[in-house]
Design a protein around this ligand. Sequence first.
Ligand code: ATR
Length: 263
Amino acid sequence: MKKFFVIGNPIEHSLSPKLHNYWIKSNNLKAVYDKKKLDISELEYLIKEVKEKKIDGINVTVPFKNSVIPFLDKLSSEAQKTQSVNTIHLKDGIVIGDNTDIEGFKLAIKNTNYDIAGKNILILGAGGVSPSIIVALNNMNAKKIFLSNRTQSKAENLKKTFNEIEIIEWGKIPDFDMIVNATSLGLKKDENIVLDYSKISSEKFFYDVTYNPSETNFLKSAKRNGNKIENGKKMFIYQAQASFKIWNNIEPKVDDKVMELLN
Ligand code: ATR
């Protein structure tokens, strides 16, 4: 029986077990996927369990995507570039850290039929997910990436790795084709990002990494103003699909049932 975990703190809200256990069952695998709330001091021990083949794979979520890195033997190039690991597995006795958030975002955008090539993109937020979104947008040939964060020093810090991004003062809006909310604002239903919509023409693409609630106030206002919108649900599903593939060498199906599962 294979054993998988998603680790984080908090972890109660995670829908990863529901999704992975569905795929485990539909692919007739002998495995179980559980969630584990961890303290940072427990990371080292847990990674040792991967090395000793007691655990077959781990998904990492907030706040450990970066702090888990010192305990791993090797990083994929994507995990290295973003300094963010969401998938761990053992290969030839070596514990590898991978980042499937990049692939998740790319497939989610592809799925909307929006062509990133040549577009100006504004990212709001400089937290854990932002480096993955920057790499994905670069891979998809975005023309220009602007980034704005409430705490400007964190945006400046990201620029050390991604020199191509342009930092915009929080509250200012450059001319953009697509805007990505990569902040945690909107997770609570009454939270709002203050944007002057009168300065934003319609027909822009508003993307929110949050998928619960399915329409944040950010997306609701954008929709009211005639823009295209998309939430983070497909990104979540596709990052999970890529993890599942790494561990089991099977590409699980993303169908209507999977979409319903997470409603
Ligand atoms: P972390 O910063 O620990 O990686 P995260 O959830 O990945 O956590 O990121 C939170 C993001 O949401 C950050 O960009 C944060 O901005 P700050 O760097 O200024 O904290 C942003 N955020 C959270 N609450 C916010 C608020 N009330 N207004 C604006 N931005 C907010």
